[in-house]
Design a protein around this ligand. Structure first.
Ligand SMILES: [Zn+2]
Length: 230
């Protein structure tokens, strides 16, 4: 089972991905992280990538494709990938289809975490961290205790407003670039929209159910090919 997860920055995509990876024994392929790892390891590709990045250019689709192929071609990752942050364009989406096909795989489901911009703003603007114990609070969703010696206003730190501006820009860019990609998967009948406004555990439950249904299907179609650990 290969999955793609979409969601604007701040939608909790990272948190959900981690849970799903654990529960369904998947491998999370975050292209950004992967690129950084290659650079750090100074692999042939990594050296090439760092010279591109250092020159201020964007890493080409071709290079990202090679990275993805190097993962999905390995047996241990076969049909076990959750794509995070990819594809970002129709060209990349079509390319991914071809790549997967080459290794007898496909995308089984595309999950979109749907969150309103207003909610993301609240999540960011309401967030504060206690400088003593490191606990994270949110004025709107999870306020700090009123009579606490530790997490009192003295020790609670908020991030600046510039974070909100950055978040708004990132949200708008996300919407603009992913909308056509989501449409592409909708036409293939693969798109499931999950309400990302719910509580983290509710979202997780909903996603687990969607994946569970597909997992059930895959086991019926080819029971020996898909063995999932829980
Ligand atoms: Zn505290």
């Amino acid at each position: 089972m290969n999955i793609i997860i979409f969601g604007p920055p701040g939608a909790g995509k990272g948190t959900q991905s981690k849970y799903i990876v654990n529960k369904f024994n998947l491998y999370q392929l975050s292209t950004g992280e992967f690129l950084r790892k290659e650079i750090k390891n100074k692999s042939d590709l990594g050296v090439k990538i760092s010279s591109i990045v250092n020159s201020g250019a964007l890493v080409s689709d071709d290079i990202v494709s090679k990275l993805i192929e190097s993962i999905i071609s390995q047996d241990k990752y076969k049909n076990r990938v959750i794509f995070d942050g990819y594809p970002r364009s129709i060209v990349q989406a079509k390319n991914l289809e071809l790549l997967l096909k080459k290794y007898n795989q496909k995308i089984d489901i595309v999950i979109k975490l749907s969150v309103k911009l207003d909610t993301i703003k609240k999540r960011i603007s309401g967030r504060s961290v206690c400088s003593l114990c490191g606990k994270i609070y949110n004025d709107f969703y999870n306020p700090a205790p009123i009579n606490s010696d530790c997490c009192s206003s003295k020790f609670l730190h908020k991030r600046g407003d510039d974070n909100i501006d950055v978040a708004v820009k990132r949200f708008e860019t996300y919407e603009k670039t992913t909308e056509p990609v989501l449409d592409f998967y909708k036409k293939l009948n693969l798109l499931k929209v999950v309400n990302g406004e719910s509580r983290i555990d509710q979202i997780y439950e909903e996603i687990s159910e969607i994946i569970g249904v597909i997992e059930g299907w895959l086991c019926i179609i080819s029971p020996y090919k898909y063995v999932f650990k829980h």
